[in-house]
Design a protein around this ligand. Structure first.
Ligand code: SER
Length: 339
């Protein structure tokens, strides 16, 4: 029998970095990656097979299907929210059609092997859309079913793909003679803004926080594109990776929903600035508000209610705001640029 493998799409991205390291350390499954760009050498060493190509290339997915027995998928490939607003049609293709391709891929894998495929999908706070700052202030920590009226292409894509995943898990081909659903064991998390010490994001709207930190560490001036009082939830990348792995390992009987909010801390942009200045006293950080990107941040919740994730599968982030900076971000970033 062939050994089951894990497939990671968008493997060279921000989440992929930490995820590949953790999965390699765990060693339970060979890692197969798919990304439009070749992996960095340090990541490629952990990987059993690297495919360079697009999730829109169905023949490539067919090739992976014919070569491997896949029982776990982390579908990370996506265009982020700011980039998606510049190319909405392409965003829809990659974020929605690409996800549909991966769900079909997982369905076929499960049908071939007679076992469900666990499918992890990073959704986002972008799935929410609050109509005004007043509504945002009043909403506080939003629950999964509240305010799901995204204003961005990326947010629409994420919200729809959550539903598409649930369709595969619960209702796929519901009129066929044989039961077909339940083969894709779809599990989604709505990530807050993720902050990594190892990589700098590109194309996101929550990027102002990581950009402030990385610019200060590099000794470069940075103008934050949102107001000092702008507030959304964030999380340190190691907690994001742990959450994906923990959710993947949870028995399906424990899960009461397919999509879970995740939160850790929810600082204002000015609180982030102050923490960075404390670590890098010579940092040159200012505010130059881009009203359009600000509008997107204003439509996202100030914080999320992640009670369901804590209750169902024991989600418990290690890093609060202070620890994320003092014990993870600042020391790791300092090392990276000055080490
Ligand atoms: N961090 C993402 C973005 O800004 C949201 O999921 O696009």
């Amino acid at each position: 029998m062939r050994k089951p493998v894990v497939v990671i799409t968008g493997a060279g991205g921000e989440i992929g970095h930490g995820l590949i390291e953790q999965l390699a350390a765990d060693g339970s499954r060979p890692i197969i990656t798919l990304d439009v760009a070749p992996l960095e050498a340090s990541l490629a060493t952990h990987v059993a097979r690297e495919f360079t190509g697009s999730i829109l290339d169905r023949s490539l997915l067919e090739r992976i299907h014919s070569e491997f027995e896949v029982d776990l998928v982390f579908h990370l490939a996506a265009l982020l929210s700011t980039r998606s607003e510049f190319s909405p049609v392409m965003a829809h293709e990659v974020n929605v059609e690409g996800t549909l391709n991966l769900l079909e891929f997982a369905q076929h894998e499960a049908e071939s092997h007679g076992r469900p495929v666990t499918f992890l999908y990073p959704s986002s706070i972008a799935a929410y859309g609050l109509p005004s700052l007043e509504a945002k202030a009043q909403a506080g920590r939003v629950k999964e079913h509240e305010w799901t009226h995204p204003t961005t292409m990326y947010g629409c894509n994420k919200l729809y793909c959550e539903q598409l995943g649930e369709y595969y898990a619960r209702h796929y081909k519901q009129l066929s003679a044989e039961p077909m659903s339940g083969r894709v064991d779809f599990r989604a998390v709505r990530f807050p803004g993720l902050i990594s010490a190892v990589t700098v994001p590109s194309g996101g709207t929550s990027d102002y926080a990581p950009e402030m930190i990385h610019a200060a560490a590099r000794g470069e001036a940075y103008a934050c594109f949102v107001r000092p009082d702008a507030q959304i939830p964030f999380m340190a990348m190691p907690d994001g990776v742990d959450a994906l792995l923990k959710l993947a390992a949870t028995p399906s009987e424990s899960l009461t929903q397919t999509t879970y909010n995740l939160g850790a801390f929810a600082p204002t942009a000015d609180e982030v600035r102050r923490e960075v200045v404390q670590a890098f006293p010579s940092a040159q950080l200012s505010f130059e508000v881009d009203t359009k990107r600000q509008g997107i941040v204003d439509s996202w919740p100030a914080d999320v209610d992640d009670t369901a994730a804590r209750r169902d599968w024991g989600f418990a982030p290690k890093y609060d705001f202070e620890h994320a900076f003092r014990d993870y971000l600042i020391p790791t970033i300092r090392n990276r640029y000055q080490g």
